[in-house]
Design a protein around this ligand. Structure first.
Ligand code: ATP
Ligand code: MG
Length: 268
């Protein structure tokens, strides 16, 4: 990040430098008009859960990421949904993943405005996306049972998708997509959110780690026989995996309590 203007005020040795730089990316996206105010609040909630899992990709997250890649690879119409936070945090990476698994990219916003959808599409194109669905008149199909702008999706994208990856989606829409019979892959740091509980495959990891992990898995798994990929998806149980996440947090907190929580300082 040397030479990055955003990094200028964050001291190079700040213990939370990475986290602060990630925040800066969202603030920049907000100033540029494509991250919603509510997106900033959602990020704060995510950071809280990231502390609980130790800000790393825990084993059940890696399992879910691998299964998610298998599901994307065997899908007929895989779609990766992109909102403002995703565009701010992992624009190049979602495009790379989409290419590897042959998925379409679709702008999908909770707080949809024409301006924000066009700005997000522009960010994606600037980062190398060839086709971006869900902008303007392209978002003319509707998800049943949802109201307002949140129900609009692309007829060539999420509407006909069999597998949809929704980083940072809301619970209501996840449930509606499930009711349409789709396999929904959610990336959500909160294992207790409605989204996490309603998704078919829940990845409890930060999107900044999850998408790069999925890129690695996709590179490894692209050559696998289809039967093997199907087996990986069939053997996965989301309820069990979410239970493992919560047990991981429980065990981690118990260990912290027994080892001591406060930081030590020596006088120099
Ligand atoms: P639900 O409606 O599903 O119960 P919610 O209303 O809590 O969820 P939102 O306010 O829509 O959810 O926020 C989106 C979710 O995204 C939050 O649960 C938050 O933990 C998660 N989140 C925020 N930033 C990240 C990130 N960088 N990586 C992964 N998850 C994140
Ligand atoms: Mg919600």
């Amino acid at each position: 990040m040397i030479g990055d203007p955003r990094a200028s005020w964050v001291p190079p040795n700040h213990p939370r430098r990475e986290s602060l730089l990630i925040r800066e990316r969202l603030v920049d996206g907000f100033k540029e008009g494509y991250v919603a105010t509510q997106g900033l609040i959602a990020h704060g909630r995510g950071e809280c859960f990231d502390y609980l899992i130790g800000e790393s990709s825990i084993p059940p997250a890696l399992t879910a990421e691998r299964v998610a890649v298998a599901a994307l690879l065997i899908a007929k119409h895989p779609v990766i949904s992109v909102n403002g936070n995703t565009a701010a945090l992992v624009p190049r990476q979602v495009i790379e993943l989409a290419k590897l698994v042959n998925a379409k990219l679709e702008v999908n916003l909770f707080y949809r405005t024409r301006e924000r959808e066009e700005l997000i599409a522009r960010v994606l194109r600037e980062n190398g996306a060839e086709e971006v669905l869900g902008v303007g008149d392209d978002a003319s199909c509707t998800i049943p049972e949802l109201f307002s702008e949140r129900r609009r999706v692309s007829c060539r994208g999420i509407y006909i998708a069999d597998v949809v990856l929704v980083p940072l989606e809301d619970g209501d829409r996840t449930e509606a997509l499930r009711r349409m019979g789709k396999i929904v892959i959610a990336i959500d740091l909160n294992p207790l959110s409605r989204t996490s509980r309603a998704a078919s495959i829940t990845i409890v990891d930060n999107v900044v780690r999850a998408i790069p992990n999925m890129i690695k898995f996709a590179e490894e798994m692209r050559g696998m026989p289809r039967d093997e990929l199907i087996r990986i998806v069939r053997n996965f149980n989301n309820e069990e995996n979410l239970r493992s996440v919560i047990m991981f947090i429980r065990d981690r907190l118990s260990e912290l309590v027994s080892k001591g929580i406060t930081l030590e300082f020596s006088k120099s």
